[in-house]
Design a protein around this ligand. Structure first.
Ligand code: G6P
Length: 610
């Protein structure tokens, strides 16, 4: 969702801001803008649509300065209009960008109106600009005005502010939304995501909740929620520039699908380096936290939730533990019954999905202290709020539709299931060796599945003109059917449903006709015969079937039944391998329909609002 970048330097910062905003485009947005302080004035350019359009306007205006802020906005309060786009300006003097939601904006708006402020937008953000301006009028510094303002705000924010009366300072504040400071040589930066500034510096400070900071060219001062100056650790970001570039690929989604053998190998390597299924993989307190776990509660959203649904089968079968999986936005508003012996597992690519974060807070408030985060962004909010962490090593994921994050999450969750099983004495040494071996061979099997791309692309041509599709699977492949349907609807805009194949007769069969393609994930496992019966039920109604099955299954193509064979049955890790062809099907169908694959309409990569 919204993205922030800001810079103070001895060189022109406009190219830095534009480059940063382009790198934040993947998060999803509908308008963009920058503001700079130049020659004692604040100048601003905003546009709805792409950053490139805003960039062209900035060029046309000859915008250049040593101090500036930029923003990509994903509309929440107020429609997609130029006047609602950030930066917002107060009285022509100060400009501000904001991520998050100010919950008490209406009360503040009334107060500011009474003080004589006029509003140009429908956003909650504009009240913050005027509030800072109001505090500045009391004769305090820009930083002090920001610190006074944030004490009057309820809600979540990451803020960056510039003021024409103070052309050597950029101030910033954080509560509930990610924000970091980049440390350069004679220049400093602020950003909501390290990718925005990584071409300028890798040295970063992650601001804590309630922090404010003041940046000049020469230094950075950070203050905690009580305005006391504090030292925050400096990290060196490992985000690689290559993971942020498209390279020879047409789309990031295509690149990320093809990166999966490497992403999985890197994640598996982390497990092998730790000596296998060792509790220490999850952090130094893991032995104590995992010792007497009585059940597992998984919380996540979107694709990460489907990873959780797959994991339930493993956790029950391998660790012998009851496992519940909840959509975070549902869990956080239920009257859940807390259990201090329950392990609460959050799964997230970004680590900043608001509902997952709030669900974790709620789980903890019910006295559940055993918390584990499976996350792809190490310094993000969820791992920081969890006792234990397992870092998926997918590398930066840019395509809005998650692919390599999903399959690496599955690797992490499988590892969790085996580790819990081992701690509970249910997995002996020989089984551990078998499971490790399966993980070692996984990147190769995933590569085999990727080699099916030309066959899947041919199927995609048949899907492109359709309006609806059904995805069926059983057991661990049922969540893969759900994920296949989600991928297709997200990026091709074809309405798709995932169903457990056994539920066919309880509803979806009514939809089946010659216009409804039915995808079946049918590996050669114990449920194959049952899936075959389900397939007959569809065929008898004239439905066209598209079946992914293993090389060693007895399944064969016939009239109206198309078959693509995944190379061989890979046992318990089969759902990971079968995730690949459904990703490819969605990707090629979207290509055939000409949609914006990496930035599907209305969607965002990181959902940081409710
Ligand atoms: C958004 C993204 C999805 C992602 C979901 C959960 O909807 O578009 O790709 O699965 O958020 O995000 P998370 O970062 O928590 O995994």
């Amino acid at each position: 969702m919204c993205g922030i970048v800001g810079a103070i330097a001895q060189r022109d910062v406009v190219p830095l801001l534009v480059d940063g905003l382009k790198r934040l485009e993947y998060r999803g947005y509908d308008s963009a803008g920058i503001a700079v302080v130049v020659a004692d004035s604040v100048r601003r350019v905003r546009r709805t649509g792409r950053v490139a359009e805003m960039e062209a306007a900035a060029l046309a205006e000859g915008l250049g300065a040593n101090l500036g802020i930029g923003h990509t906005r994903w509309a929440t309060h107020g429609g997609v209009t130029e006047s609602n786009a950030h930066p917002h300006i107060s009285d022509g003097e100060l400009a501000l960008v904001h991520n998050g939601i100010i919950e008490n904006h209406e009360a503040q708006r009334e107060r500011l109106r009474a003080l004589g402020y006029a509003f140009e937008s429908q956003t909650d953000t504009e009240v913050v600009a005027h509030l800072i301006h109001h505090h500045r009028k009391q004769g305090v510094s820009l930083l002090a005005a920001l610190q006074a303002t944030v004490k009057e705000l309820h809600g979540a924010y990451a803020l960056a502010v510039i003021d024409k009366r103070d052309p050597a300072t950029l101030v910033t504040a954080r509560m509930g939304c990610p924000l970091l400071i980049g440390l350069g040589e004679g220049e400093n930066f602020v950003a909501s995501d390290v990718s925005a500034i990584v071409s300028a510096t890798r040295r970063v400070i992650f601001l804590e909740e309630g922090d404010t900071a003041e940046l000049t060219c020469d230094g950075v001062r950070v203050f905690d929620a009580s305005d006391a100056q504090v030292m925050r650790e400096v990290h060196v970001s490992e985000v690689s520039l290559a993971s942020l570039e498209l390279g020879p690929y047409r789309h990031f989604m295509q690149k990320e699908i093809h990166e999966q053998p490497r992403a999985i190998a890197d994640t598996v390597e982390g497990i092998l380096d730790a000596g296998g299924f060792d509790a220490a993989l999850f952090g130094k307190d893991a032995d104590a936290v995992l010792a007497d776990v009585a059940s597992v509660q998984i919380l996540a959203c979107g694709t990460s939730y489907y990873a959780g649904l797959t994991a339930r089968y493993w956790i029950e079968a391998i660790a012998g533990l009851p496992c519940a999986v909840d959509i975070a936005s549902e869990y956080r508003y239920r009257s859940v019954v807390g259990n201090p012996k329950q392990l609460v597992v959050t799964i997230s690519q970004s680590g900043e999905t608001l509902d997952t974060m709030e669900a974790l807070k709620y789980a903890k408030a019910q006295g559940q202290d055993k918390t584990l985060s499976i996350c792809n962004v190490p310094e993000s909010a969820l791992p920081r709020a969890s006792k234990l962490v397992l870092h998926t090593r997918a590398g930066a994921e840019i395509g809005v539709a998650s692919t390599k994050a999903f399959t690496t999450q599955l690797v992490a969750l499988f590892t969790l299931a085996v580790t819990l099983g081992k701690l509970r004495g249910r997995v002996d040494t020989a089984q551990q060796a078998d499971f490790l071996n399966a993980l070692r061979h996984l990147p190769g099997s995933v590569q085999h599945a990727l080699n099916l791309e030309p066959q899947v692309a041919l199927w995609a041509e048949k899907f492109a003109p359709r309006q609806h599709a059904l995805f069926l699977g059983r057991g661990t492949h049922y969540p893969i059917a759900l994920e296949g349907a989600l991928k297709l609807k997200e990026i091709s805009y074809i309405h798709a449903e995932g169903y457990p194949a056994g539920e066919l007769k309880h509803g979806p069969l009514a939809l089946v006709d010659t216009q409804m393609p039915v995808v079946v994930i049918a590996p050669n496992d114990a449920l194959l015969e049952k899936v075959k019966s389900n397939i007959q039920e569809v065929r008898a109604r004239g439905g066209e079937m598209f079946v992914f099955t293993d090389a060693d299954s007895s399944f064969s193509a016939s009239e109206g039944v198309h078959v693509i064979r995944t190379p061989r049955h890979v046992g318990i890790l089969s759902p990971i391998v079968h995730a690949i062809p459904v990703q490819l099907l969605a990707y090629h169908t979207a290509l055939a329909r000409g949609t914006d694959v990496d930035k599907p309409r209305n969607l965002a990569k990181s959902v940081t609002v409710e």
